[in-house]
Ligand binder design. Structure first.
Ligand code: GDP
Ligand code: MG
Length: 400
């Protein structure tokens, strides 16, 4: 985990890096090579050999006379939080929530398989989420000869044309070839300006109960919220509000009730801290009943100080754009126009919600949501449609 050699690392900038790409192109292997952490921690993932949930790993990067390492040699230069995302076509929504947390994206393309549907769909999702810092990793170069590697490189360049001008780094994640180049590219990325003046907005990507069975009541910890602080500052002792909150049933009607609690502890990566500023993977230990945090129950919720979040809403107005084609399926499929009454899947920050199209005017779409969300004006949205029983990204938009 985070190796803190001296106090200077406290003040170091943190960037959040997401790893994306088609299934089996080597995301989890690359993350392991970069950080020493195997992000597959769930039995189901290990059994099936695929990433289902978002995986996390934090490292401090050191510069030892131009050679980067995570072993503490040389000068500590950057704190990096990685998010590993699933590349399976059915898990696009999870991939989108991962994209909501990051500053920089690494998109993997296997040199053997080349551009596949989720390579295209993930690149479009990153564009929908307005992520400008992208590094393309051409992986598995140990498995191809020079000509094939070159041809694949040219294909990737062609694919990127007009979409983004990301660097392409040939790598073998498994053999650890050229990994230095990835560190160099990451260090070269501009750190986004962090806003610590606004009211805090913390996006919850996961939540858990960290108590071991048999813990005595006085030693019990409250629910823990994992995610990323988008703006503002959070401090231990702050009274926070979580929205939409908890689903309650009242007189045979369901409604969401916001949760109010105290911040008991804060963690940046795995290190305890007394305040959080934007940048990196973080978690908040709250005074909430631990059961409320279980199995990601609060994922998709938003946290701020008491009274500082907008009202939850089931109605959104979106300025939208549709892609010319459905990128997430093999072959060419045109994106048909939106229709009144059709159901879309919308991803807003770390939340995913189904919405029914109620009105369409020029480029403005109004949807009625099945579940309420916290929406901020200007938030970007991924728009997906159910095509052959899978949610496929067909466009993007912005809340107006
Ligand atoms: P993911 O689905 O994108 O997370 O892919 P994984 O990291 O699980 O890798 C899929 C398979 O490809 C595994 O068997 C890896 O060992 C293998 N693999 C990943 N990177 C490389 C590489 O650079 N070279 C070779 N030969 N195999 C690789
Ligand atoms: Mg994986």
């Amino acid at each position: 985990m985070v190796n803190l050699k001296n106090n200077r690392t406290e003040k170091m900038e943190t960037i959040n890096v997401g790893i994306f790409g088609h299934i089996d192109h080597g995301k989890t292997t690359l993350l392991h090579k970069l950080t020493g952490v195997w992000a597959s921690r769930y039995t189901e993932e290990l059994k099936r050999g695929i990433t289902i949930k978002l995986g996390y790993a934090d490292v401090v990067l050191y510069n030892d006379n131009g050679e980067f390492n995570t072993q503490g040699k040389g000068e500590a230069v950057r704190h990096i939080s990685f998010v590993d995302s699933p590349g399976h076509e059915m898990l696009m929504a999870t991939m989108m929530s991962g994209a909501a947390l990051i500053d920089v994206a690494i998109l993997l393309v296997s040199a053997i398989e080349g551009i596949k549907p989720q390579t295209r769909e993930h690149l479009m999702a990153l564009q929908a989420k307005k992520i400008k810092n992208i590094i393309i990793v051409q992986n598995k170069i140990d498995l191809v000869d020079k000509d094939k590697a070159k041809k694949n490189y040219e294909d990737i360049k062609e694919f990127l044309k007009g979409k983004c001008d990301a660097p392409i780094i040939p790598v073998s994640a498994q053999q650890g070839v050229n990994v230095q180049e990835i560190w160099k590219a990451l260090i070269g990325m501009e750190i986004p300006e962090r806003d610590t003046k606004s009211e805090p907005v913390f996006l919850i990507a996961r939540s858990f109960d960290i108590n071991r069975p048999g813990t005595t009541p006085k030693d019990l910890h409250g629910a823990v919220l994992g995610g990323s602080l988008k703006r503002g500052i959070l401090r231990v002792g702050d009274i926070i509000e979580i929205k939409p909150g908890r689903l309650v049933k009242e007189a045979n009607q369901y409604r969401f009730e916001k949760l109010k609690c105290k911040i008991e502890n804060l963690f940046k990566g795995s290190k305890k801290t007394d305040n959080l500023t934007p940048g990196g993977s973080m978690s908040i230990e709250t005074s909430l009943d631990m059961a409320l945090g279980k199995s990601d129950l609060l994922a998709g919720n938003v946290v701020s100080l008491e009274g500082k979040l907008p009202e939850i809403t089931t109605h959104l107005k979106i300025n939208y754009n549709l892609f010319p084609q459905v990128y997430g399926v093999s072959g060419e499929a045109k994106v048909e126009n939106l229709k009144i009454s059709e159901t879309l899947m919308l991803s807003v920050n770390t939340s995913i919600t189904a919405g029914i199209v109620r009105s369409l005017k020029n480029n403005v779409l109004e949807v009625e949501l099945k579940m309420p969300i916290v929406a901020f004006k200007g938030d970007n949205i991924g728009i997906a449609r159910n095509i052959n029983a899978h949610w496929r990204l067909i466009g993007y938009g912005e809340i107006v």
